[in-house]
Structures are given as structure tokens and as C-alpha cells.
Design a protein around this ligand. Structure first.
Ligand SMILES: C[S@@+](CC[C@H](N)C(=O)[O-])C[C@H]1O[C@@H](n2cnc3c(N)ncnc32)[C@H](O)[C@@H]1O
Length: 259
């Protein structure tokens, strides 16, 4: 089986076209959400599907205790390598069903548009209940959700775009495909990411199939209610507190409060 791009944490970031300064801007936005919506200070934060926890690394340096959970050993290993700090620790967990040997948290985040990858209704509810159990009452859960309404639905696997990424001397050829999906599926579409990493003498090809569920603010509101653990208290467009949802460009942020 071909490996996943998540086996190569540094390359994954570049392939995903992360812009310089993006993570610090997201951290500023999250802190502003906490100021607006949580009366008590956030001292302990849970980073869900943390990867190497780039957001957590910044917050841990600033004094917040951060716990990251992720299923990928290589992403966790990268996080441990990048920041050795008493405020940052990781557990290998599936984000759908999990529990942690930790005191309750004041806040949680799920960044980088990973939420839409949770496929089944039962898993969505299990996820929210697992997060709910890990949080204090009144804690804030911020979820970053991509807009998916522009995605082309296809009847046959189709190349969407091909591009080349340079990371120093290393060349990565990236091909992205849309894949067909049954009309009655819970998911909206399937995105396939193929990367050919031209390591000297040993090229590696990775492949990831990323099913995408289309979540709009009313759907998230319904899910929060159905979980019995949360209420949705705000929905913000992009990294803005002013931009109306109608003018949202790329993604939106759900703010849930633990009840
Ligand atoms: C796009 S990366 C985001 C990493 C990090 N939050 C960031 O912003 O850079 C998505 C991460 O979600 C993890 N992931 C996806 N599905 C998961 C699941 N069901 N349980 C645990 N981790 C999962 C992957 O291993 C990967 O590290």
C-alpha cells in the first residue's frame, strides 16, 4: 500500500500550500474567540487531530498547557521533536472515540479543516461526546470547517489539478483528483491527493483518499444539540469577526460551548 503524506510532516505542510504566518494568525484568532466567549482564562487546551500541533507549540511557549491527540505516530513524533516543553504533550488517539488520563480542559480546537473527514452520523456524535467528556462546563470548542460548495461532483475519477512544489532542493509532484460518490452517501465528495516525492535515488509516492462531508453552520448547530454536550454559540467567516457568512471566502469557524 502506498504511504500517506502524513508520514512526512514537513512536506505535508508545503503540499497543503500553507502560507507563512498562517498558523500565528489562526492562534491570534483563537485567543480572540476565547476572550469574547469564555469568561475564565484558558489555561489548558486540547488540540484535536493535532498532527505536530503547530498551534499548540505557540500556545505552550506562551504558558498554556496543551495536549495534542492524533492517530499518526510520525506526526506526534515530529511535534515532540520540534518542541520539547513541559507544557506540551501528545497521546496517540482516534478522535472519534477517546478518553485521556488528564484533568478537564478549558478549551479545544480542531484545525486545518479535518472535521469534514468524520464520516458517519454515529461517529460525529461519538466525537462530540468524547470531546465533551474531556472539557469543563463552559469550555469552548473551536472547529475550522472548509467551504465545500464549489467542489465539482464527478461520475468518474478525474484529475482536478497538477502542480509542482519545491522544498529546498527537493521536488514534489502533486496531483489532485476528484472521485465519484453515491448520491445517498453521507459525504459530499472524495478528494484524492497523490504526491511523488523525488528523494535522491529513492522517489516515494504517497496517496491519501480524503472523503469530505459538507458541514454548514445549521448542520453544526444540529450536531451540537444532538450530542447533548454542546451548544453552537457563533459562526465566523474566515479569520474575521466582521465578515458576514454570505461573504465567506474559504472556510468558517464554529464556536461550540460545553453545556
Ligand atoms: C491536516 S492535519 C492537521 C494537523 C494540525 N492540526 C495542523 O493544523 O497542522 C490532519 C491530522 O488529522 C489526523 N487525523 C485524521 N483523522 C484522524 C482520526 N480519526 N483520529 C486521529 N487523528 C486523525 C491526521 O493524522 C493528521 O495529523
Amino acid at each position: 500500500m502506498e504511504p500517506s503524506i502524513y508520514e512526512y510532516p514537513d512536506i505535508f505542510r508545503r503540499v497543503h500550500m500553507e502560507r507563512p504566518g498562517e498558523i500565528p494568525a489562526e492562534v491570534r484568532f483563537i485567543k480572540e474567540i476565547w476572550q469574547r466567549h469564555r469568561r475564565a482564562p484558558v489555561k489548558r487546551m486540547l488540540d484535536i487531530a493535532s498532527g505536530n500541533s503547530p498551534h499548540g507549540q505557540i500556545l505552550a511557549r506562551e504558558g498554556t498547557t496543551v495536549v495534542g491527540i492524533d492517530r499518526s505516530p510520525s506526526m506526534i513524533a515530529a511535534g515532540r521533536r520540534e518542541l520539547k516543553h513541559e507544557n506540551l504533550r501528545f497521546y496517540r488517539r482516534n478522535i472519534i472515540h477517546f478518553s485521556l488520563p488528564e484533568r478537564p480542559f478549558d478549551a479545544a480546537i480542531l484545525m486545518s479543516e479535518t472535521f469534514p473527514a468524520i464520516k458517519h452520523n454515529v461517529d460525529l456524535i461519538a466525537h462530540l461526546r468524547s470531546v465533551g467528556r474531556a472539557l469543563k462546563r463552559g469550555a469552548i470548542y473551536v472547529i475550522d470547517v472548509d467551504r465545500h460548495d464549489g467542489i465539482t461532483l464527478v461520475k468518474r475519477r478525474r484529475l482536478w489539478r497538477a502542480r509542482r512544489v519545491k522544498i529546498g532542493a527537493l521536488r514534489v509532484d502533486v496531483r489532485e483528483f476528484h472521485r465519484p460518490i453515491a448520491w445517498h452517501d453521507a459525504m459530499h465528495s472524495i478528494y484524492e491527493l497523490e504526491c511523488t516525492i523525488h528523494f535522491p535515488n529513492n522517489p516515494v509516492r504517497t496517496r491519501d483518499l480524503i472523503p469530505v462531508r459538507y458541514t454548514t453552520p445549521p448542520t453544526m448547530d444540529l450536531l451540537a444539540r444532538a450530542s447533548g454536550c454542546f451548544t453552537m454559540i457563533a459562526a465566523y467567516a474566515d479569520l474575521s469577526f466582521e465578515r458576514p457568512l454570505d461573504e465567506c471566502i474559504g472556510r468558517w469557524f464554529a464556536v461550540l460551548r460545553r453545556i
